[in-house]
Structure formats: structure tokens, C-alpha cells
Design a protein around this ligand. Structure first.
Ligand code: NAD
Length: 388
């Protein structure tokens, strides 16, 4: 059974699916690992390190894709320079594991089904204790949360910590984190370590204790409605609840030097939390980092991939922050993938038990079928739009 690691060809993607340390562990377990030449270059893992770990280095990407029994990568399969889609190179029955964004780009699931590929969308691994070590959504969100604070600190024309100096006292920066999921909690911890005074808000009341345990103040809003959906994810809230939330958070945004927004509702456009009016009321020099930029943004003025100046406020629409820390992001992702691979492979053969909730949740295509109802629905919605 060949486990192959493809080089990411998407512009701006610097991570790699497996790092040499993990390769060594898989090889020790009797698995054959192939790594495409230069796959780890942009995350500072050279071919020699993979070779030393027991991998075979393969120069031809078509061989990597075409002969893999399990193909591991980070992001969505891309169109190659020769005009062929990477998916078309996979052999029938191959397994593909990556962030496949099946609800956002369901067409790829159709392609994978047509090729009779067994595809696992790593973002659909359930958020359960049992699956925790395969939870790449969390491992990568944690990197993004940490880095968002560093970016904010670099853009802020102020100190983060309180300083008492001979030239006077500097007040600590006020940081307001909106959305206290994995990324938000890591952002709180990082901002606290840098000495900021931190407040956080989330529509899920359950996070209050976690926020407080990190030394931040939890901003409470009484919503009088259910805000948590299946799996512990946030639900989209009613117009009334949105209004009430905005009234409360507006004051905290106005006082903040830095606002970091991380709010998401799974499978939906990100909720708008920071309106133009709120931005206009912030102090000149303040900074907003919008981690939901790619999902439509939590701030009305966010432009994905750009830093925007508006009313003296810098609004940073970051995309793919984990890729900006490719060594550790790859290390964590590699561990997530290797755990999943070992879960799927028994005695050097694929062992797919669809009664298992991890496999049932994450496997989106198998045997020519799209297995996931939400992906089928997303595809139907896309076809309907195209047909109109
Ligand atoms: P996410 O990235 O989907 O969203 C980020 C945060 O935004 C969430 O905390 C959400 O409640 C919040 N949010 C959504 N709409 C909002 C709004 N209008 N205003 C303010 N905040 C809003 O979240 P995530 O970090 O992926 O976590 C999603 C769920 O998965 C959580 O319940 C989390 O506890 C759970 N989880 C479980 C595990 C595990 O058990 N292994 C691991 C990670 C996360």
C-alpha cells in the first residue's frame, strides 16, 4: 500500500501533508511512503530528511498522483500547468485525504465520485474526544488564532503590555476577541501573554468559563434563544438577537485598540459582527484582524487577502494564516493525517467501516457515490444556480 505526499501547487500554500518525523513513524509501522520532490521545501523539510525517514522521493507528480493508494495533501486539488485537474490523475479506488471544502466547492466531490475515489474531507472529522487527534480544523485554527494576534500587534502603532518607564506609563492595549472557538481562545491566550487587557464575546454561553480561565473578561449578551446546533457548532441567530448583540458589542469595539474576529457558522457565510458604523467609531490607529475573511468576513470593510485603511483603522483580511507558520502547522496537520491513515489501514489494507462515525462523517465519496447528504444538497444548490 503506497501512501503518497503530493507537493502543494496552490499559490500561497506553504504547508506539507506529512513531515519527516511522521513519515518515519508510518514506515516503522510497515507502510510504504512516497514523497514528491520538493513537497516539504516551503515548510523547510528537505527531500533528504524524508529520505532519511524512509520515504521514496518521486520526481514525477503524475506518478505520485497516479500510483498512490492513499494520496495525502493539504488543500483542494488544483488544475496543473498542463491543464489537467489533479483529481483526474488519481486511479480508481484510490483514497484522497485533504481539506476538500466539500460544502463550499461541492463540484470537486462530484469529480471525485466520478473517478471512483474514496475521498475524506478532513474538515468533516467529528469534533469528538475520540477523534481529537485527527481534528485538523482545530490544529490549524489554533495556529491562525496565535498568528492573528502577532499580526495585530505588528500593525498596532502602540505597545501591547503596560509599561512603567522613566518617561511615563504606557497603558496596556485593549483587545476584543469576537468568537471564542479554537482560534479565538488561542488568540485570547496569545494576547494575554503579550500583556494586553482582553475581552471576548461569543454567542455560545458555554465558552464563558474557558474565556475567563485564560484571564479574559467575557462579554455577555442575553439572547433568549438556542445558539448551539448539533456537534456544538454555533447556529445562525435571529435578526432580533443580532440587533441585541450589536448594541452590546458596539461599545466594546469602540473602546478596543485591537479587534480580532473569528466567528463562523458551519457551512454558512460568516456572520457580520462589525458594521461600517462601528469601524468609524473606533480610535484612529486601531486594528481589526478578520479571520473569517475567506468566508465573507465578520467586518463590513474586510477585503480578503488585503489590508484596508478606513477612517484611520487598519482592517486586515487574512487568508490562510496557518500557511504562514508552515513548520508547526505542517507538524500538527501531519499528526492529524497520520492518525487518520492508521485508523483506516489495518494489516496494510484499507479497512472502511461505515458504521464508524469518524469514517461515516469524513468520507464524502466512495464507490462512485457522494456519501454525504449535505454535500449532495450543496451540489444540487450549485447546479440549480448554474441552471438559472
Ligand atoms: P468555528 O470556527 O465554527 O466558529 C468560531 C466561533 O465563532 C465559535 O465559538 C462560534 O460559537 C462563534 N460564533 C458564531 N457566530 C457568532 C456570532 N454571531 N457572534 C459571536 N460569535 C459567533 O468554531 P470552532 O472553533 O471550530 O468550534 C466549533 C465547535 O466545535 C465548538 O463547540 C467547539 O467547542 C467544538 N470543538 C470540539 C472539539 C472536540 O471535542 N474535539 C474540538 C474543537 C472544537
Amino acid at each position: 500500500m503506497i501512501i503518497a505526499v503530493a507537493k502543494e501547487i496552490e499559490v500561497g500554500e506553504r504547508r506539507v501533508a506529512l513531515i519527516p518525523e511522521t513519515v518515519a513513524r508510518l514506515v516503522k509501522k510497515g507502510l510504504e511512503v512516497w514523497v514528491e520532490t520538493g513537497a516539504g521545501d516551503r515548510s523547510f523539510f528537505p527531500d533528504e530528511a524524508y529520505e532519511a525517514a524512509g520515504a521514496s522521493i518521486v520526481a514525477d507528480s503524475a506518478t505520485i498522483w497516479g500510483e498512490a493508494d492513499i494520496l495525502l495533501k493539504v488543500g483542494l486539488p488544483q488544475e496543473r500547468e498542463d491543464g489537467r485537474q489533479e483529481v483526474d490523475l488519481l486511479k480508481e479506488g484510490a483514497v484522497l485525504i485533504a481539506f476538500l471544502n466539500p460544502l463550499g466547492v461541492p463540484e470537486i466531490a462530484q469529480k471525485l465520485a466520478d473517478k471512483k475515489v474514496t475521498a475524506f474531507a478532513i474538515e468533516l472529522i467529528p469534533r469528538s474526544s475520540r477523534a481529537q487527534s485527527m481534528d485538523a480544523l482545530s490544529s490549524q485554527a489554533s495556529v491562525a488564532g496565535y498568528k492573528s494576534v502577532l499580526i495585530a500587534a505588528a500593525a498596532l502603532p502602540k505597545y501591547f503590555p503596560m509599561l512603567t518607564t522613566a518617561a511615563g506609563t504606557i497603558a496596556p492595549a485593549k483587545v476584543f476577541i469576537m468568537g471564542a472557538g479554537v482560534a479565538g481562545l488561542q488568540a485570547i491566550a496569545t494576547a494575554r501573554r503579550l500583556g494586553a487587557v482582553v475581552e471576548a464575546f461569543d454567542i455560545r454561553p458555554a465558552v464563558k468559563e474557558e474565556v475567563q480561565s485564560l484571564g479574559a473578561r467575557f462579554v455577555e449578551v442575553q439572547l433568549n434563544e438556542e445558539t448551539v446546533a448539533a456537534g456544538g457548532y454555533a447556529k445562525e441567530i435571529s435578526a432580533d438577537a443580532k440587533q441585541r448583540t450589536q448594541e452590546v458589542v458596539a461599545e466594546h469595539i469602540k473602546q478596543a485598540d485591537v479587534v480580532i474576529t473569528t466567528a463562523q457558522v458551519q457551512g454558512k457565510k460568516a456572520p457580520l459582527l462589525v458594521t461600517e458604523e462601528m469601524v468609524a467609531q473606533m480610535k484612529p490607529g486601531s486594528v481589526i484582524v478578520d479571520l473569517a475573511a475567506e468566508q465573507g468576513g465578520n467586518c463590513a470593510r474586510t477585503e480578503p487577502g488585503k489590508d484596508v485603511q478606513w477612517h484611520g483603522v487598519t482592517i486586515i483580511g487574512t487568508i490562510n494564516l496557518p500557511s504562514s507558520m508552515p513548520i508547526h502547522a505542517s507538524q500538527l496537520y501531519s499528526k492529524n493525517l497520520a492518525t487518520l491513515v492508521q485508523y483506516l489501514v489495518k494489516d496494510n489494507a484499507l479497512n472502511l467501516d461505515f458504521a464508524d462515525d469518524i469514517i461515516a462523517s469524513a468520507c464524502i465519496t466512495h464507490g462512485g457515490e457522494i456519501r454525504n447528504q449535505r454535500v449532495r444538497d450543496a451540489l444540487a444548490a450549485t447546479s440549480a444556480t448554474v441552471g438559472n
